[in-house]
Design a protein around this ligand. Structure first.
Ligand code: NAP
Length: 559
């Protein structure tokens, strides 16, 4: 490792670590990116991670009921057949402790932790054009310089605590699910308010209700949910996973969402109603995201989608005993799965408990948080604990909270003032040698994340290997390729029902003032993989690659 003197803006001189690549984040993406660049390409790599351990999203999201909605045998890396064979999942859907055990196992197995700096939050990354290097600064005042900067910051890492007047004066405790304390929160004997009914709130409500004296769920938008049907994995299924690992991988790589099952090639509309009902019943009994795969047209045809919506509405009315509560829970304002479709364990059943109440805050909005609880237009609800399951500044939040500056000091925040724009979700014009793993404009959150992550990490690794093999030092997306890609991302979204969910975080609609742009690429993971492969095969078409050498300026002082 080389060190060179750096002049900070405060005028102090200190040593900067010089790297080939710096990776921000030690979740699924950062760990694999480190492994690929360090062990396959032989680069000097440093990972900087804000948390005290590996895990990314799973390090922070430890709220009660937290569980992955991808099936465990697919929610893992597939790059190493040995790793696949040696690891054994215990349940159909893993919770944070098991996922963290897995990621720690991976980090230890591949000796990754020695190149990860924990408790280190990156605050800024500035590109120096002359040196063709990024200067990366941390909250603690350290500086690193690197040729390649790879953001592996996750899509859902920037918690959204709503700006409700009075929170500061609340006399009880409050928590955001995405920043959950590492100690247990004791709900026993407590009056708890839960704000938000997305995937998180739907998972948390039943578990909180089990111990709290009273739970009030504040729902703004009714949400669809399908039973997860979580269960321990049988010995037989565990054997199936090992014996069919390669085939399962092939399925994940060839499907739209990267899950280990295919969408059935059958139209909901063309299926006779009785048969359709039976198929939905069977899917409901199977549970999980497989429900969405019952028919091929659920996400592309509103009338087809309505058949799924009707089925779920009827299920809610069947489960929830109080008709008024059932009406509020099933008063959907968007097509099924236009928002990320939650899967649950006894969510709707929870509203049959005597200690649970549902408040419709679309009809009676929250006006303020008082020292004693939450006050809506109609009533005050006394609370000891408020849990905000109010989501994240998704996809762009974690990137934009760092001060990232490319050419001529152009900030990423300014480049994205009207919404994120990039090429393939991987690179932004004006920000050379910076790659965003599962950034906006890539399938990411519409896909089983590890599949999307492995594809991005491997593409970035191959790209850097190509550059090294060809004496190239700099890669940058062109403006034209970015325009073209943004148009493709919009067209892919418009071909589906997804943009019809007006309050969705996919659109940035959950964050006041955030531009309304549909962020993930909805054209399907398999199709996206092919596009990226073709771009690489055509010598990185759409990017400008140059042989600009890292000059001596790399060692001179930055201003
Ligand atoms: P979310 O989907 O954005 O849901 C946030 C909830 O909070 C919504 O019900 C929203 O209502 C409500 N809300 C926000 N601000 C509010 C306010 N001021 N007043 C009242 N209600 C408010 O967030 P999330 O549930 O944390 O899920 C985010 C994503 O994380 C998911 O889509 C999924 O991708 C991922 N996730 C995955 C899993 C899993 O793997 N099982 C689990 C949890 C989360 P509106 O709908 O009206 O805006």
């Amino acid at each position: 490792m080389v060190r060179s003197p750096i002049q900070t803006s405060e005028g102090k001189t200190h040593q900067a670590r010089e790297l080939d690549a710096l990776v921000i984040g030690a979740g699924f993406s950062g760990l694999y990116q480190l492994l690929c660049l360090r062990d396959r390409l032989g680069l000097s790599v440093q990972v900087l991670e804000a948390g005290a351990g590996v895990g990314g999203t799973w390090y922070w999201n430890r709220y009660p009921g937290a569980r992955c909605d991808s099936e465990s045998h697919s929610y893992c890396y597939s790059f190493s057949p040995e790793l696949t064979q040696e690891w054994e999942w215990s349940e159909r859907y893993p919770g944070p402790p098991e996922i963290l055990r897995y990621l720690n196992h991976v980090a230890d197995r591949f000796d990754l932790k020695r190149d990860i700096r924990f408790n280190t939050r990156v605050t800024a990354a500035h590109y120096d054009e002359t040196a063709n290097r990024w200067r990366v600064s941390t909250e603690a005042g350290e500086t690193f310089t690197t040729q390649f900067l790879i953001t592996a910051v996750g899509c859902l890492s920037s918690a959204n605590v709503p700006n409700i007047p009075g929170l500061d004066a609340f006399e009880g405790q409050w928590y955001h699910t995405g920043q959950w304390p590492h100690e247990d929160v004791d709900f026993r004997g407590k009056r708890v308010g839960l704000v938000g009914t997305g995937s998180t709130g739907i998972q948390a409500a039943p578990v909180i209700a089990e111990t709290a004296a009273h739970l009030v769920v504040f729902q703004r938008t009714a949400n669809y949910s399908v039973p997860a049907r979580n269960a321990p994995l049988t010995t037989e299924f565990k054997r199936y996973i090992k014996e069919n690992a390669e085939e399962i991988r092939q399925v994940m790589h060839s499907t739209v969402n990267g899950h280990p099952f295919r969408i059935v090639d059958r139209s909901a509309l063309e299926t006779p109603p009785k048969e359709r009902q039976a198929l939905y019943e069977a899917a409901w009994a199977t549970g999980g995201l497989r429900f969405r795969a019952t028919f091929r047209d659920l996400l592309t045809d509103n009338a087809a989608n309505e058949t799924a919506a009707d089925f779920i509405r009827a299920k809610i009315r069947e489960i929830v005993k109080d008709p008024e509560t059932a009406d509020i829970l099933s008063d959907f304002d968007h097509p099924y799965a236009a928002k990320r479709p939650p899967i649950d364990t006894d969510y709707f059943e929870t509203f049959n408990r005597d200690n649970v109440k549902l408040v419709d805050v679309r009809a009676t909005p929250i006006e303020e948080i008082t020292p004693r609880g939450i006050r809506t237009r109609d009533a005050e609800y006394p609370l000891d604990i408020i849990v905000f399951a109010t989501g994240f500044d998704g996809m762009t939040g974690s990137l934009l909270r760092m001060d990232i500056r490319g050419h001529d000091g152009l900030s990423l925040a300014r480049a994205w003032a009207a919404g994120p724009r990039n090429y393939l979700g991987l690179q932004v014009a004006g920000f050379p040698n910076m790659f965003t793993v599962t950034g906006p404009g890539s399938p990411s959150v519409l896909c089983n994340m590890p599949v999307a992550i492995e594809q991005h990490v491997e593409w970035i690794t191959d790209c850097i290997a190509y550059m090294r093999a060809n004496g190239l030092e700099r890669i940058e997306a062109t403006d034209e390729s970015m325009d073209e890609w943004v148009a493709q991302v919009n067209a892919a979204a418009e071909a589906t029902v997804l943009p019809q969910a007006k309050h969705s975080w996919y659109l940035g609609a959950n964050i006041p003032g955030k531009p309304r742009v549909f962020m993930p690429y909805a054209g399907g993971m398999a199709h996206y993989r092919k596009i990226c492969d073709d771009v690489a095969a055509r010598n990185y078409e759409g990017f400008t690659l140059s042989a600009a050498r890292v000059s001596d300026a790399a060692n001179k002082r930055f201003n």
